[in-house]
Write a protein that binds this ligand. Structure first.
Ligand SMILES: [Zn+2]
Length: 48
């Protein structure tokens, strides 16, 4: 779905952004954009 993206929270490169947030940054799931699966905003906010 996405090419590897660089996480702004931990600076790792990840292939599955949403899964990465769920596993490594569960606090991000409280974000409104994440809860609504607004992926373009999620990518903008958490990934380079
Ligand atoms: Zn991360």
């Amino acid at each position: 779905m996405f090419e590897k993206a660089k996480c702004k929270l931990c600076r790792n490169y990840v292939r599955f952004a949403l899964r990465h947030l769920k596993q490594k940054h569960p606090e991000a799931l409280y974000d409104r954009d994440v809860a609504k699966l607004n992926m373009s905003k999620v990518m903008e906010k958490y990934f380079d």
